[in-house]
Design a protein around this ligand. Structure first.
Ligand SMILES: *Cc1c(COP(=O)(O)O)cnc(C)c1O
Length: 239
């Protein structure tokens, strides 16, 4: 696998999608999703300018954290309350906030650690039972409940779209997310700083970008196929 080639190709495709949407070529953050990826490969990717990395398991984030310096680690997977304390000083952002009890625990641990932790609210607009995330209509009431917590800062929304052989079929979910995101931006709640819409993965990132994503989380297209049978937040990966 040629890491640099993959990175260049993904960047090219991202630029093209931004252009298609009439957006600026730098209006996006690319997160390299490094689950199941070896350290030496990650280091090469970092050397080629990938400075945001995403992990969906606490244990894996911790085991890599000390070896890969000067990058931003994103916690993108389901987060159990009892594990928050391990990543509270390590995660640049937590993408998977979807309950009040988790919000309270992040807030509590962040206060202890003396930092304000940026979070995204994970949304599950297709109401998939296997996936975390709040139902679409609960997102605004949820944010109205959590934004006063002083040690978390809500900075946007995150979506894992349903898997589809043809990603065109999930475009409506990206559209819904963008509408919700714009709505939140307008509300302009105190202490929030809505500026990230984290959606788009290997299978669907171009469509997500066309519909307004400004943060994509890409694993397979950068690092190749992972082991079979692995799950993404409850979703079987078909590879
Ligand atoms: C694994 C994972 C990704 C990346 O998936 P690819 O299809 O390999 O690009 C993105 N987001 C989350 C939450 C993941 O767990």
């Amino acid at each position: 696998m040629n890491c640099k080639m993959n990175i260049d190709e993904v960047r090219q495709r991202i630029r093209h999608a931004l252009l298609t949407a009439g957006r600026q070529p730098d209006d996006i953050t690319l997160i390299g999703v490094t689950k199941n990826v070896d350290l030496d490969v990650i280091q090469k990717a970092v050397a080629h300018g990938i400075d945001h990395l995403g992990e969906n398991r606490v244990q894996e984030l911790l085991s890599k954290y000390d070896h890969i310096k000067n990058v931003n680690w994103h916690m993108i997977g389901r987060l159990q309350r009892n594990k928050v304390k391990y990543i509270i000083d390590k995660a640049a952002m937590i993408h998977s906030l979807d309950s009040l009890s988790l919000a309270k625990e992040i807030n509590r641990q962040a206060e202890k650690a003396g930092r304000v932790v940026p979070v995204l609210v994970q949304v599950n607009p297709a109401n998939e039972k296997t996936k975390s995330g709040l139902p679409y209509e609960e997102v605004i009431p949820f944010i109205e409940t959590v934004y006063p917590l002083k040690y978390i800062r809500v900075m946007g929304l995150m979506l894992i779209a349903p898997f589809a052989d043809n990603p065109e079929t999930v475009r409506p979910y990206f559209v819904m997310m963008k509408q919700l995101y714009d709505c939140l931006k307008q509300y302009d709640y105190p202490h929030t700083k809505i500026q990230y819409l984290s959606m788009g993965m290997t299978n669907d990132f171009e469509i997500a970008i066309e519909e307004g994503s400004n943060m994509v989380r890409i694993g397979t297209a950068l690092f190749g196929n992972r082991k079979k049978g692995e799950e993404i937040n409850g979703r079987q990966v078909h590879e």
